[in-house]
Design a protein around this ligand. Structure first.
Ligand code: NAD
Length: 358
């Protein structure tokens, strides 16, 4: 029982159906009087309602995946030109990412209002891309000061995107069980995150405009990101980072597809983690629990459906091998990775990709 756990300083409000008042209270608490609202054109109406009563000085909607440096520079220039003193971001991980890019160079406080289950709002990790090269880093300045979770804002998230994003959150939980800095606190949060997501996501699919499933999923997504933020990137995130960066695959769907293969690969070598995951699913094994959930929510199944070509496998294996965490519970060989990626590419049974029954 020797470990170090850092708790990041952030205020979180769960306010179903009540984002406008909750956001206003947070902006007042932080003394914001010249607010910049960041929301993509798709989330324009949603953001308009949430921020209607704020002292908004500028609205910025140039939100692009993976935050290109040039777009970050334009957003920073707008913040400076309008003498902004606080940023409110309303949207998914891409929107939060742009707010973080501004905070990185300006130190401006962020009130984040997430509308997906990506979890970026809970981490001090930023990401910027220049051409095909993605740079990430960690800086306490980019951690939003406040987060307002309103499940009603996620009702418009299409079911397929909700499922992919929810499984992205589930991947934070699973990887947190064995990531480089994992500790007992992370594993408790991750277990409860799995339970909440496994309860919420089937309800989201069955009743996309019902609040209870969305609330559970958002709560699980928050816990997943807190655990992940502390535990760091395990094998799953290293694989997805390479795939997303080099082959421009969609973030949430890539995580959703790859997760069962990494779980089947690692579970036999991490029996305690596997038992914890199985218990959280209420299943006899971790893989069985995940697969049962995936079937119930019609999860994405194959990387080939998202633009990953079979001939990319060899290059991807080489790039991933360089990034494998040294503490991964099971040794990772080129052959093991090749089998894993081939199975994820084709969408075949995860247990046939080098995994064994856990
Ligand atoms: P995203 O933000 O790109 O959103 C995906 C799509 O969903 C977009 O088209 C968006 O307009 C739409 N959308 C979002 N909310 C909606 C809503 N309520 N209703 C209707 N449509 C809605 O995708 P994402 O998966 O949320 O985030 C992915 C990005 O976040 C990636 O760039 C990833 O690297 C980053 N990320 C960063 C961290 C971190 O800690 N820094 C963690 C997780 C993800």
């Amino acid at each position: 029982m020797r470990f170090e756990h850092e708790t990041l300083t952030q205020r979180v409000r769960f306010a179903p159906g009540d984002a406008p008042a909750a956001v206003r209270a947070e902006v007042e608490r932080l003394g914001g009087s010249r607010v910049m609202v960041i929301a993509s054109a798709t989330e324009h109406d949603l953001a308009g309602k949430v921020t209607a009563e704020l002292p908004v000085i500028v609205r910025h909607d140039e939100v692009l995946m993976h935050v290109p440096v040039a777009a970050a520079e334009r957003a920073r220039a707008a913040a400076t030109a309008h003498e902004v003193d606080l940023i409110v971001s309303v949207g998914g991980g891409s929107t939060t990412g742009l707010a973080k890019a501004i905070a990185l160079t300006s130190g401006l406080p962020i009130v984040a209002v997430p509308t997906t289950y990506a979890g970026s709002e809970v981490t001090s990790v930023w990401g910027l891309t220049e051409g095909a090269r993605k740079t990430t880093g960690s800086d306490p300045q980019v951690l939003p000061r406040s987060v307002v979770y309103d499940a009603a804002l996620t009702l418009s998230l299409p079911v397929a995107m909700s499922v992919a994003s929810g499984l992205n959150a589930l991947a934070h939980c699973v990887d947190s069980m064995w990531a480089p800095r994992t500790d007992p606190v992370d594993r408790v949060l991750a277990g409860e995150g799995i339970r909440a997501l496994a309860a919420g996501l089937p309800d989201v699919v069955a009743d996309p405009v019902g609040l209870p499933g969305r609330e559970q999923a958002l709560y699980g997504a928050y816990l997943s990101a807190v655990a992940f933020s502390s535990a760091g990137s395990g094998l799953h995130h290293k694989i997805c980072h390479v795939l997303g960066g080099a082959y421009n695959l969609p973030h949430a769907q890539t995580h959703a597809v790859v997760l069962p293969y990494v779980l089947a690969f690692n579970a036999p070598a991490a029996p305690e983690a596997a038992q914890r995951i199985a218990d959280a699913f209420g299943a006899t094994s971790a893989v069985e629990g995940l697969q049962r959930l995936r079937r119930a929510v019609y999860a994405p199944t194959a990387l080939r459906d998202y633009g990953f070509a079979e001939e990319h496998i060899e290059d991807a294996v080489r790039a991933i091998l360089e990034a494998v965490p040294v503490n991964n519970p099971r040794p990772v060989t080129a052959d093991g990775l090749r089998q894993l990626l081939r199975a994820a590419w084709a969408g075949t049974d995860p247990m046939a990709s080098g995994g064994t029954e856990d």
